[in-house]
Design a protein around this ligand. Structure first.
Ligand code: ATP
Ligand code: MG
Length: 287
């Protein structure tokens, strides 16, 4: 099977923040290629540069050095071309707009005709299981429902790429499991590329085709783990021996990273979607 094209290409990217006289290396020598159709999770301790990496890809900040392309374009061009939707940790909805109007907002900005943007927003709300809530206001919804509205909004203009920064971090475990199933279904149904930040090892293993393990101070990519669990994934997946092996594997990588045993930069290509075989470490250089 030919490998899917690279949609996100991060080459030797570093990001330094200066606060007064103090300099923080938020990200150091990051190299990462994400291929079309993959579901890639970023996992690592607080402050390891996960949000920084997402913000760099989304053109919300610029790298200190290195180069990023998104769908073959610069992040700025990709942003203008609406190549991606961004889901923030907090839903970031407009309280004075009802659910439908929130989802229609990006389409309004893009100048879609009224009828079309309405039809599209309704379709997206159906996709995330929120038909019947069009006229509700965000403050009338539960946290999980609000997050589904922001996912519908991010999907509304049909971006190739979905960037999600801890979208389920604030949810209780049961709602989170439901959202995991829904997101996985959506990803499989639409064939989009997803980059997903999480602190949960189990969530990362359950959802991802690949997991990028990061370490802090300085923020670096340590290892990329391929998740070879078969699809469809369901409750049984979580109870399988392979699931246990993979969560252990990720936990080990995080633990080793914390002990600072050779955090790595260097080349990291995320292999083709659905590749079989045992979990592979695709990036382990720089020792
Ligand atoms: N705008 C900023 N100004 C100064 N320092 C920043 C800024 N943004 C991030 N940093 C620093 O960069 C480092 C990485 O931050 P980042 O937000 O990317 O971490 P993270 O992995 O997303 O952490 P968390 O899991 O807590 O969300 C941290 O040390 C942080 O203090
Ligand atoms: Mg963050």
């Amino acid at each position: 099977m030919p490998e899917a094209p690279v949609i996100i290409d991060v080459q030797d990217v570093s990001k330094l923040f200066r606060v007064g006289k103090v300099e923080a290396v938020a990200l150091q020598d990051a190299n990462l290629q994400i291929h079309d159709g993959q579901f890639v999770s970023l996992i690592g301790p607080s402050g390891c540069g996960k949000t920084t990496l997402m913000r760099l890809v989304a053109d919300l900040i610029e790298p200190t050095s290195g180069r990023i392309t998104v769908a073959g374009k610069s992040p700025k061009e990709a942003r203008a071309a609406r190549e991606y939707g961004y889901v923030f940790q907090a839903p970031a909805l407009y309280d004075w707009r009802n659910v439908l109007a929130n989802v229609m907002l990006p389409l309004e900005i893009m100048g879609w005709p009224k009828g079309e943007r309405r039809a599209r927003a309704e379709e997206m709300l159906r996709l995330v299981g929120l038909e019947g809530f069009h006229r509700s206001y965000p403050w009338q919804l539960s946290g999980g429902m609000q997050q589904r509205v922001s996912i519908a909004r991010a999907l509304a203009f049909d971006p190739k790429l979905l960037l999600m920064d801890e979208p389920f971090g604030a949810l209780d475990e049961i709602t989170r499991e439901v959202m995991n199933f829904e997101l996985l279904r959506l990803w499989r149904q639409t064939g989009k590329t997803v980059v997903f930040v999480t602190h949960s090892i189990a969530e990362a293993v359950f959802l991802s085709s690949h997991i990028v393990v990061m370490t802090a101070r300085p923020g670096r990519i340590r290892e990329i783990i391929e998740v070879d669990l078969p699809y469809p994934r369901d409750h049984e997946t979580r109870e399988s021996e392979r699931f246990f092996e993979l969560t252990t594997r990720v936990r080990e990588a995080l633990r080793l990273g914390k002990e600072g045993e050779g955090a790595v930069g260097g080349a990291a290509s995320v292999g083709g979607k659905g590749a079989g075989g045992p979990a592979k470490t695709l990036a382990k250089v720089g020792y």
